[in-house]
Design a protein around this ligand. Sequence first.
Ligand code: SAM
Length: 256
Amino acid sequence: MLKDDYQMFTVMIKDKTGIDLNQYKEAQMKRRLLSLREKRGFATFSDYGKEMGLQNDLFEEFLDRMTINVSEFYRNPERWDVLKNKILPVIKEKKNVLKIWSAACSTGEEPYTLSMMMKETRTKARITATDIDDTILKRAKRGAYPERSLKELPLEWKDRYFQKDGPGYEIDQKVKTAVSFNKHNLLKDAYPKEMDLIVCRNVLIYFTEEAKQSIYQRLADSLVSGGILFVGSTEQIFNPSEYGFEAEDTFFYRKQ
Ligand SMILES: C[S@@+](CC[C@H](N)C(=O)[O-])C[C@H]1O[C@@H](n2cnc3c(N)ncnc32)[C@H](O)[C@@H]1O
């Protein structure tokens, strides 16, 4: 049977980038890419994909659209308060230096929030932050943010860890140096091991149910026993025990 147009496109993208669009919710992804394809004047996804192989600008624009990069510091503040006041005191008791992974970190607001929290609570930690998107990682390393990204951040932290930089803010070098950024595809690459805390928020919603289940299992395998997975505020795991988790608090899961 002839593959449909979108399916041919997914094959081209997988060959070029290793990114498997079939593991993202199809209707949502197709809608997002269709508006971009039409804006660029292509009648079919296959024509669009072929031209992308020739024009890097088109490819960069596609990548930018398919990875939704919205983020902010201290996103959903009450959850970060739970991390600081309830979860962290328990996990830091057992270890001198915590191993923390911010998976799908976008422009760096999440791992830098973790870095500030470690400073505020005098917790030693090695923070690894990863994302599939190279361009986004470059922006994360630069550490410059518009005012709106800081709207949920405690004011004292803003005063302590940011300098005004034109209309926006630049984050302190001491917050930056605690974080190392790497490219990583959650659907394909090997996961780091022996993590004490994994923060993986606002990315699982884009994946198919099957892909999500496999990621939950791999995240669980990546944690030490007693380690914590912190997910986004629409990403509750309904059957945590299937992956060896128990619910610790809303949106926090402890590996048993
Ligand atoms: C909405 S942002 C979430 C940022 C941050 N975690 C937060 O909650 O504010 C989603 C991020 O997931 C990344 N992403 C999408 N697919 C991915 C994949 N297969 N592997 C790793 N990161 C991925 C995107 O590049 C984007 O930066």
